[in-house]
Write a protein that binds this ligand. Structure first.
Ligand SMILES: C[S@@+](CC[C@H](N)C(=O)[O-])C[C@H]1O[C@@H](n2cnc3c(N)ncnc32)[C@H](O)[C@@H]1O
Length: 372
């Protein structure tokens, strides 16, 4: 086992639950030694870290902790020109380290270019690391408290962008982000060979991500247009990426899903969450939406309890009013009524987790649960 620093994305609690579920599902032993809102210090066995970072939605960098900087080979490439950077994720003065690096690299007769963040932060964003080709043509050191680590894998935002652009059927609204899709898939503990059901499959974005992780998928949507779009996007995914998983898109009402689907290992979904809100709703409007969603969610939960064996991740909207008050769906009660219990992935992080998309008027509660 070696120590690694995992740099967390925008929602640290979600990222933590994601990685704990991800390693547990694969029987990968790990030990969290320290954690903050920025990073996790974790002992892990040797892994394919490029695959790990591609699978995880909530981790932006993986860095291996350096035990002895003097004896660490900083650059082993052929060129004598290198680029490097120091990214700081804590309140640490790194001027000595930077001087040390400059001196040492010059001593090694390298022509060096130091890369700074393009923003005000003390650290490079993943796209900076990718754009500057730092992992191929130099290196990045990550500093966290007294720890110095070397970046070995970085999240590549350009791949997400490409996938979002190339998907044959597109819509701008109601599509889950790739990042959140991955986090949810990992939070239920799904892995290669398992089957995931999305009872509100929309354009199939979430299921596409599952397929890319080697997971079989079943999508259900009650709109003919969406069921067709799911089918086309999943066919394209299979062809484009050569995935060898099974995929199915069913046009049906999720309140009757057990008529069409016999069994799934897991379910992950961002359901229908009411009409699109151009602005923060008035209380009576929010109450009306909740009254409309209650029977839908109740019906779907009843059906999921018949079909799904393992964990379920379900997004539930809640409506913030101008006064700051929240209008909520009584989801915990619904879970009990349908015979589910909330899953505690880490006791110190309580469900539901709250996720606020930057461009959305609603807040999302994230629930993970399974049959009681
Ligand atoms: C927020 S979108 C899902 C986004 C999707 N997860 C994705 O990745 O693109 C919600 C979807 O639920 C579908 N829907 C609404 N009511 C439904 C029902 N009763 N049964 C099945 N699908 C339903 C809508 O047609 C819509 O496509």
């Amino acid at each position: 086992m070696n120590d690694y620093l995992l740099i967390l994305g925008r929602d640290p609690d979600l990222s933590l639950l994601e990685l704990v579920s991800y390693f547990s599902a694969r029987n990968i032993s790990f030990k969290i030694k320290d954690k903050s809102q920025a990073a996790v210090l974790i002992a892990l066995p040797e892994l394919d870290f490029q695959k790990t970072i591609t699978d995880l939605g909530g981790i932006v960098k993986i860095a291996r902790v350096i035990q002895d900087l003097d004896n660490e080979v900083l650059y082993a490439g052929k060129s004598n020109k290198i680029k490097y950077a120091v990214s700081v994720y804590s309140d640490t003065d790194t001027s000595d380290l930077k001087e040390y690096l400059k001196g040492r690299l010059r001593e090694e007769k390298l022509k060096i270019t130091y890369k700074r963040s393009s923003r005000t932060e003390q650290f490079l964003m993943p796209n900076d690391v990718v754009r500057h080709r730092l992992l191929d043509e130099g290196f990045e050191l990550v500093v966290y408290g007294g720890i110095i680590a070397r970046t070995i894998a970085v999240f590549n935002p350009y791949e997400y962008e490409k996938r979002d652009k190339e998907r044959p059927l597109q819509r701008t609204l109601h599509m889950i982000s790739i990042r959140l899709a991955k986090i949810l898939i990992n939070m239920v503990g799904a892995k290669e060979g398992d089957t995931i059901l999305d009872p509100f499959s929309g354009y199939g974005v979430l299921l596409q991500e599952a397929m890319l992780m080697g997971i079989n998928v079943i999508g259900v949507d009650n709109s003919r247009e969406c069921a067709d779009a799911t089918k086309k996007n999943l066919e394209w995914t299979a062809k484009q990426f050569g995935t060898r998983v099974s995929f199915k898109a069913i046009h049906a009402d999720s309140k009757q899903v057990s008529r069409f689907v016999r069994q799934a290992d897991f379910a992950v979904t961002e359901p229908y969450m009411g009409p699109l809100l151009p602005k923060i709703p008035m209380k009576d409007e929010a109450l009306k939406i909740v009254a409309q969603l209650n029977p839908l969610y109740r019906g779907v939960l009843r059906e999921l309890s018949r079909v799904v064996k393992g964990n379920i991740a379900f997004i539930v909207p809640r409506f913030r009013l101008y006064s700051g008050e929240r209008v909520k769906i009584p989801f915990e009660r619904m879970l009990q009524e349908a015979g589910f219990r909330v899953v505690s992935i880490m006791p110190e992080i309580k469900m539901p987790l709250i996720y606020s998309a930057t461009d959305s008027k609603i807040e999302r509660e994230i629930w993970v649960f399974r049959k009681a």
